[in-house]
Design a protein around this ligand. Sequence first.
Ligand code: PMP
Length: 407
Amino acid sequence: MEQHSRTDAYTDRYAARAAGMVPSEIRALFAMVARPEVVSLAGGAPYVSALPLDAVGSMVGDLVAGKGAEVLQYGSAQGDETLRELICEVMALEGVQGSADDVVVTVGAQQALDLITKIFIDPGDVVLAEAPSYVGALGTFASYQADVVHVPLDDAGLIPSALRDTLDRLRREGRRVKFLYTVPTFQNPAGVTLTAARRAQVLEICAEYDVLVIEDNPYGLLGYEGEPMRALRADDPDRVIYLGSFSKTIASGLRVGWVLAPHAVRAKLVLAAESAILCPSNFSQLAVREYLLTQPWREQIKAFREMYRERRDAMLDALDQLMPDGCTWTRPGGGFFVWVTLPEGLDAKAMAPRAIADRVAYVPGTGFYADGGGRRNMRLSFCFPEPHRIREGVRRLAAVVEKEIRL
Ligand code: PMP
């Protein structure tokens, strides 16, 4: 019986693209790490309990009572116009001058990734992505049968010379590169940020090789020091398609994200969205609109930043004090993630079940590569556990790594 339920009797019937749809390592881990005794440094869920829940609750209640006929109705495929105007104000914090008419509201940035891949990618087309790259984007690219070619990054983000070498090689091979997918700011999973100097170089190279850039920027406003980085989109509006999200700055459960695209691309995206979902949820959109209009959202983002900074510090301090020699890790200036590299010979994927047995979870690096890389890496997230749990998690993890080194 058990065996029967594990084999898929429908295999012969699926479209070829369904073969690329396999569970991510993160999803597979979630079931195991839900036990309360496990400190999970695995999931990337924002700490939404830090929102003023009572105020948000009464705001939503008032919204339905006062504007129910609109809130509970279908809306336009492109998204609510006032919300799109407010989104332009949010992006202006990163130097982006966009028109509300070029914004499409999506069901999280994840749907934006899906729509973009759907309109640009034929099976076998090349997508460039950082090594490592956001697991959810890799899943989307796989589901449209893209061929992901990785470009390495370091502590200063994507490496421009490696980008140029890769584009040269692909050009020699006669392969068409549809776009570069990048998370330039507080990258998921590496936690690194593309420096201003490299931003200019990356844009220059993409212009030279005529490659579009998909800038995925859900963490841009969650920097712990100074002003927000200037978005790539701010400096090349015709080449860069910008993806944003309220998942980390308001609430992930509302599922409101967006795309800012050149006008013609925007029109295609709206058609693609229409056939996918008719329209994004009016309920969620108007909740976000009302939140932006009536709540102190800038102060709330500041409070999120301070909370996450404290958690980042707890994680980095614990790693500095406890991790065995030979391990290295990134030092994120914002966002949710630290990327750890284990000493030569260790295997983070093989170690994961042993870590869970010792009551700590992380995501093995291999999930963030389309080509089997990342064996010696782990993604640690500090967004959800409170600082004392982070310290305890790192203490357990350091002990697991220590044992592994001695194996
Ligand atoms: N892009 C990146 C880089 C992310 O980290 C995430 C969320 N983990 C997303 C996109 C998707 O975010 P959402 O759909 O919640 O907006």
